[in-house]
Design a protein around this ligand. Structure first.
Ligand SMILES: [Zn+2]
Length: 460
């Protein structure tokens, strides 16, 4: 197919292969991608004529894919990576150890951790990331606006979610009183953030979603009110669901039902919602989620590190029509935020569960791109290299010792060999990573500030 604009802002050319991840799965040897005004304006193979462009990026030796889309993260947790007192607990033990540390978050910590965390994601081939920030300590300031400032400085596409917790230890919840808020305060601040930052336009750089932490950290009334507010503001809904067997025990004791039944009863079973993990649904719940169109953010490293021993049933979800995307989850549960690594782990875990024919590198790539775009309500706009889609792409160098001998299938080699980081990560037609380096200035000073804040929060 030939889509040739007269002139482009950016031309990425001479790729080893362009994997468009379009509906037909087109792959273009020697291919190129042109971006104009932030959107893809042309895609072609080596034999198709290319437009002239103001900026040209060399993709020789590279697999070019759409930018990977991260559907679940808690960026602030990179301030407590591999925190010794918590590393070997269950999910609930891990949370109760860390909540007092996270209670020390403030705007500076949110800004610096977001800058570092989003830069890390860009190096790993991510172009759009969500963030689920559910700890809002009293007096800490406007943490989400601070994160958005960091995303803008880096040039990353960003979907912060306004997280919330309303049940503290005194109500039978897990967090201390200082990091929970009451329902009215949460709903008012959610509406303020949407009005201040949410952009519904095609190609938007910032969108805001509403995200109670989990059905066990807020009241049923707040789950319901949040779903109603999201409907009124026309924004998306996100939460953790069925991440750990403890959650079903809690739901049985507290609500007298399974956690996914509770989720449906409070009005969340819809295509407006996507949920993180969902490791423990039964067959009937998988089918119901497919009918609702509720998306799942699959977080394979997190499943292995802290998910209570289970693996999300990704193949069954996809067969049932559930949009499945990829997430790295918080830096303190996964500790490394590379979507390349998550895609590889999705490949490995899929095959571990269902055998070698069940999951290919193309499946993992599709989950990380088109699937994630579906979770965020941006199918057709993100996660594919087609004319009119967002100009977000990654050049992955398949070169050097790790790729020697990998000649016949660059997409399989991409996830089977490696590890690999992005040579160029392009967001909205602009290189956020170029030649393996973050293009925004200030990396060293940001890391120094991050080290100081981490030491304060960890009290070391
Ligand atoms: Zn999470």
């Amino acid at each position: 197919m030939r889509d040739v604009p007269a002139r482009a802002d950016l031309l990425v050319r001479d790729a080893l292969l362009v994997a468009t991840v379009d509906a037909a799965g087109r792959e273009l040897p020697g291919g190129w991608v042109a971006v104009t005004d932030g959107l893809v304006s042309g895609v072609g193979a080596s034999t198709d004529p290319m437009p002239a462009a103001a900026t040209v990026l060399d993709a020789r030796g590279c697999l070019v894919t759409p930018g990977l889309v991260n559907t679940h993260h808690h960026i602030y947790q990179n301030l407590t990576r591999s925190y010794r007192p918590a590393v070997n607990g269950t999910l609930f033990q891990w949370l109760t150890t860390l909540y007092p540390r996270w209670a020390l978050l403030d705007e500076e910590a949110a800004y610096v951790s977001a800058w570092v965390g989003l830069a890390e994601l860009a190096l790993g081939g991510c172009t759009t990331s969500t963030d689920h920030l559910y700890v809002h300590p009293r007096g800490a300031g406007d943490l989400i606006t601070a994160e958005i400032r960091a995303a803008r400085e880096l040039g990353m596409r960003f979907h912060p979610t306004r997280g919330s917790m309303s049940l503290s230890e005194k109500d039978g919840g897990l967090p201390p009183d200082s990091v929970v808020q009451d329902d009215d305060e949460i709903l008012a601040d959610s509406e303020r953030l949407v009005r201040q930052h949410h952009d519904p336009a095609w190609g938007a750089m910032v969108r805001v979603a509403l995200a109670p932490c989990s059905p066990f950290s807020v009241t049923p009334a707040l789950m319901r009110a949040t779903a109603e507010l999201a409907e009124r503001l026309d924004v998306r809904l996100h939460t953790h669901l069925a991440e750990d067997p403890d959650e079903d025990r809690y739901a049985a004791d507290t609500f007298g039902k399974r956690t996914i039944e509770h989720f449906e009863d409070v009005g969340w079973g819809s295509d407006r919602a996507w949920v993180a993990h969902c490791i423990y649904p039964n067959d009937d719940e998988i089918a119901r989620m497919g009918r609702w169109g509720t998306g799942v953010a699959h977080c394979p490293s997190s499943n292995m590190l802290i998910g209570g021993g289970g693996i999300a049933p990704v193949a069954e979800f996809r067969a049932a029509g559930v949009p499945v995307g990829l997430g790295c989850d918080g830096s303190a549960s996964t500790d490394s935020a590379s979507l390349w690594m998550e895609a590889r782990n999705a490949l490995l875990l899929g095959r571990l569960r269902r055998g070698p024919a069940s999951t290919t590198a193309r499946d993992a790539l599709t989950i990380a791109t088109r699937g994630s775009a579906g979770c965020l309500g941006r199918a057709g706009e993100l996660g594919e290299l087609t004319v009119g889609a967002a100009g977000d792409l990654v050049c992955w160098p398949l070169e050097g010792i790790a790729f020697a001998g990998a000649l016949s299938d660059p997409v399989e080699a991409w996830l089977r060999c490696g590890p690999v980081v992005a040579r160029h990560t392009v967001v909205h037609g602009r290189a956020v990573v170029q030649d393996g380096r973050v293009t925004a200035p200030g990396e060293e000073s940001m890391l120094r500030r991050h080290a100081e804040i981490s030491a304060r929060i960890q009290d070391v």
